[in-house]
Write a protein that binds this ligand. Structure first.
Ligand SMILES: *Cc1c(COP(=O)(O)O)cnc(C)c1O
Length: 389
């Protein structure tokens, strides 16, 4: 159905929600407001800008309260959080870890940092996350159980964990994945980097896995400049997460004694200060983004050959990134649509290149990823900042 009118109708649907501006509209601008200035200034005035200070503790408490998680441990970024979450979930060098093929590179990289191997799973169109039915069929086919551990028959490596990712803020089918993990003795570790403020059956994402990770990168719904957090309900895991992310140093007034090879993954106090202010605004941000979805929904209702992606049933999504999906027959026009959107000053983006299509991950274990292949070729994220909503 390609013709210039159709492409312009997509641009028009965006324009009717987000008026053209003098400078290009980026995909997701941070909204810095509320008490950010006060809290950051407090760090500067007091000199507590780095690894010690009250805002880290406060940010961790606020995160635990907001998500309903037992504990939160702040980290320098979301990738570091996932790295340590996987270690504490028992992932070791030589293990395999199931990750979606459609995700940001960090999900697979965190697995690789351990010397473990990502095993790529297809996604389902309904959630844009791991397809639990297809994964079960795949594991039944390629796996065997020994001593309560699932092994990959093709590689003889244990498949230790599953890392679902809540794509663009939309919760995956967590119940089915939790059941699958139970049945096969795998740990569930959520990459909840994109889903702060999103709920699955009324419970916050990131509270279903034994551990999970959040990100506060500059483009996320809440930013600390750069940052992340590990969530867990287990007090012992929380203590070990804090210890490992802060160089595994034993508490002592002057001695430097470390009891493990830890990581310098702590979040600086000045970043946590910004995070405290951002968290106070999170509910507002989610409401603004949900309003933005409704506006786009109305404007895209008139456009054929493309649909606006809506939150899956039983979920309440933060709508971190708004998403349109071209109908399969229009996939070939994605570049033209992106070009026209950029021409009009909307810095829209396609979905990530599938991780198992990247050079360094191409040879790794994978199920067939037909749905991910199809969707990756048709997804376009459109301007999503909370300030627009
Ligand atoms: C943002 C993000 C991360 C973490 O990114 P950092 O930049 O390290 O904070 C991890 N996984 C996904 C899916 C993400 O979108």
């Amino acid at each position: 159905m390609k013709n210039e009118d159709w492409i312009q109708s997509i641009v028009g649907a965006v324009r009717s929600v987000v008026p053209e501006a003098d400078t290009p509209v980026s995909l997701h601008e941070p909204s810095i407001g509320g008490r950010a200035w006060d809290y950051v200034k407090d760090c500067l005035d007091s000199g507590w800008v780095s690894s010690v200070g009250q805002y880290v503790d406060r940010f961790e408490r606020d995160l635990a309260r907001f998500t309903g998680s037992g504990f939160a441990v702040a980290t320098v970024n979301g990738t570091a959080a996932l790295h340590v979450a996987l270690l504490l979930a028992g992932v070791k060098a030589g293990d395999e870890v199931v990750v979606p093929s459609l995700t940001f590179i960090a999900t697979a990289n965190a697995v690789s940092y351990i010397g473990a191997v990502p095993h790529f799973a297809d996604i389902e169109e309904r959630t844009l996350g791991i397809d639990p039915v297809k994964l079960r069929t795949h594991l039944e086919k390629i796996g065997y159980m020994q001593g309560g551990v699932l092994y990959n028959r093709q590689t003889n490596r244990p498949i230790r964990a599953v890392v679902p990712m809540h794509t663009f803020g939309h919760p995956v089918d967590l119940d089915s994945l939790a059941e699958l993990c139970d049945d096969f003795g795998m740990a569930l570790v959520e990459d909840a980097a994109e889903s702060l403020g999103s709920y699955y059956k009324g419970k916050h994402t990131g509270t279903f896995g034994v551990l999970s990770s959040l990100s506060f990168n500059g483009n996320k719904i809440v930013t600390t400049g750069g940052g992340g957090a590990i969530l867990t309900d287990d007090p012992d895991l929380a203590k070990r997460a804090k210890h490992l992310t802060t160089t595994a140093k034993l508490t002592h007034a002057w001695e430097y004694i470390h009891d493990a090879v830890g990581f310098n993954y702590r979040l600086p106090n000045i970043n946590a200060a910004l995070g405290c202010a951002q968290l106070e605004q999170l509910t507002e941000f989610v409401e603004a983004k949900r309003r933005l979805f409704s506006s786009y929904d109305a404007s895209f209702a008139q456009v054929e050959g493309v649909r606006l992606y809506a939150e899956p049933e039983q979920s309440k999504s933060n709508y971190w990134l708004q998403t349109i999906i071209l109908e399969p027959e229009n996939a070939i026009y994605r570049e033209d649509v992106l070009f026209a959107l950029h021409e009009a000053g909307y810095l829209c983006r396609p979905a990530w290149r599938l991780i198992n299509r990247l050079e360094m991950y191409a040879g790794m274990p994978s199920m067939d990823v037909n749905t991910a292949d199809s969707l990756a070729a048709r997804i376009i994220n459109i301007p999503s900042g909370a300030a627009i909503g």
